[in-house]
Design a protein around this ligand. Sequence first.
Ligand SMILES: Cc1ncc(COP(=O)(O)O)c(C=O)c1O
Length: 382
Amino acid sequence: MRGLSKAVESVKSSVTLRINSKAKALKKSGKDVVLFTAGEPDFATPDEIKNAAIDAINANFTKYTKSSGIIELREKICQKLKDDNDLDYSPDEIVVSNGGKQALFNIFGAILNPNDEVIIFTPAWVSYAPQVAMWKAKAVAVSTSAEEEYLPKRESLESALTDRTKAILLNSPNNPTGTVYDRKTLEMIADFAKTHDLYVVADEVYEKIVYDLEHVSIASINGMRNRTLIINGFSKSHAMTGWRVGYSVAPFEISKEIAKIQSHTTSNINSIAQMAALKALDVDTSDMVVEYRKRRDLIVDLLHKAKFKFFKPKGAFYVMIDVRAFLNGKTTEDLCIELMEKAGVAMIPGDGFGLPGFVRISFATSQNQIRKGIERLSNYLN
Ligand SMILES: Cc1ncc(COP(=O)(O)O)c(C=O)c1O
């Protein structure tokens, strides 16, 4: 045997998946576990969207489409970019893909050469570094902290810079911290990217879920349009995780390369899901955000009362709590397993996000579950 891909071998299996499957197995065996692990909305996909998919099937819209996505959907995404983000793009600068996740993979493929470096702010979503590694490039972690609202500092960007730095990845609103980058921070990153001629990959999948400040796309900052590559999708905004619809937004020359990768890997995404997404762009889901806000306020209040240390999330549906005081020599993953088995609360350890000593709670669950879960946590730990 001649061996395997070193790049793929270097990718670790996901802690998130390990914890999730353990929690689900416990639940299946009859144990009452509060699941704070979900990385997806707990709402159903709105009926209008489901009906658009049913109509598409009945109209036999079941064949290959253009691999970048149907023109109507790409046109409507351009309209959304104009209305929501004040950005001007044409449909050939959009590639519809199997979720934001594939859009991101395509983007990295389009811009990275072996050994190029991508700066990633940690804590970070678990798939960025593995994707960069799979394209044989290197993820360079730049840490952020709760004390600084998980916002990056120019000094730490400067110290991570090398002559191989190709791109900066940012995710706002952020999974797992719930931070939302303010305009000043975005301007700092934009200035840094322009000074050093870098791309910015902006993961905006949680853009609709904000509580305290508006989402600003870094592409809208002066001079950034042609060096920004956006990923977005319908999973979080329209409770459509299983439909697998996302997209990339990038200048034409880069989108051409993205489209090549897409066409030679999956061709188009599911034709029916594209019709559902087309409808989704007409469906207002602000009622979901109203409910997330109530849950955010509730969980913040409960965590305060139970005297936990945490950063109050401004967007997305996660809160990271500091559990360093409870580790007593254990790893964070061990503590999470103990809490799951003994206290009946399942959470994701921060290790996979690059922040051991912290755990991520997802509040994409009912207010009752939130009350029950935080009470159990507090009773067990305090
Ligand atoms: C930060 C972040 N980016 C991207 C994604 C990808 O979502 P999808 O592929 O479902 O669009 C997720 C999903 O959990 C996420 O949390």
